[in-house]
Design a protein around this ligand. Sequence first.
Ligand SMILES: NC(=O)c1ccc[n+]([C@@H]2O[C@H](COP(=O)([O-])OP(=O)(O)OC[C@H]3O[C@@H](n4cnc5c(N)ncnc54)[C@H](OP(=O)(O)O)[C@@H]3O)[C@@H](O)[C@H]2O)c1
Length: 278
Amino acid sequence: MIVVTGATGSVGRHVAAGLLAQGHKVRALTRDPSRASIPREAEVVRGDLGEPDGLADALRGTRAVYLMAMGGAPQRLAEVAERCGVERIVVLSTGDVLDDVERQPDAVAEIHAAFEHAVASTDMQWTFLRPNEFAGNSLQWAPQIKAGDVVRAPHPLARTAPIHERDIAAVAVRALTQEGHQGATYVLTGPHAITHTDQLDLIGATIGRTLRMEEIPADQAREQMTRYAPPAIVDAVLGQLAAAVHRPPTLTDTVERVTGRPPYSFADWAHEHAADFR
Ligand SMILES: NC(=O)c1ccc[n+]([C@@H]2O[C@H](COP(=O)([O-])OP(=O)(O)OC[C@H]3O[C@@H](n4cnc5c(N)ncnc54)[C@H](OP(=O)(O)O)[C@@H]3O)[C@@H](O)[C@H]2O)c1
């Protein structure tokens, strides 16, 4: 039995599906089973990562866990998992985490580093996944694309290596089920470094429209984003985008090395998600 947290999330849903396709038993954790859309073959359990002591029943008797850095209680969570007999744990971290620094560069990196450190302080076998920007972040533009041809967004020339969530999940499935990935920190990128403007062009090409990105000042974006997310997280996201204008990502071949096939491109992702933009 393998526990998949975030099984309703953009990566976790592929982790659950990938494990089930290989014949593994999956226990999917969600805070609200009544609303969760999870494959029928999985066992669904209610749980909140922010309340680790309530997770003992969900964790007991499981060999491996795919863990989201959510809930804000990393140390207790790691202790409970180890006490429940979990042997192997794969953490969805972020490419923004830095090694060997006293302070992480921003709040997002800090949160994920805290989960990595908590898990590494146990005797469980761990693998840390540090992906670059998710291709699915572009779904935030969908309402504007449905309403017209112009997307107003900050830092249109931010250059990232967007990764298909299924590629992150494919690496997670290997790390959960195969030997040889324990103690590894995998920096995961898509195959190309492209700007947000390029991403929008590729979405436009997929749905047969010419789309245009118009820059809005970071202050205006901050004002909009803080309606939905804590200011420290918004500042981290905007800071990462601003830095990505001048510092292109370093591409890695980790997806191909681990899975044996090349990663999907952003164009592949856009093609698959065309309906979300129409
Ligand atoms: N977007 C990016 O570019 C990017 C890049 C690098 C890393 N990341 C990291 O990737 C993670 C997001 O992954 P995702 O896109 O797969 O997820 P997502 O689509 O954002 O969905 C969030 C998932 O987390 C679960 N969750 C949230 N709080 C929870 C809690 N307290 N207890 C239990 N489950 C909880 C939700 O489950 P329920 O609602 O069903 O309970 C849901 O499945 C974040 O940690 C993010 O920082 C993102």
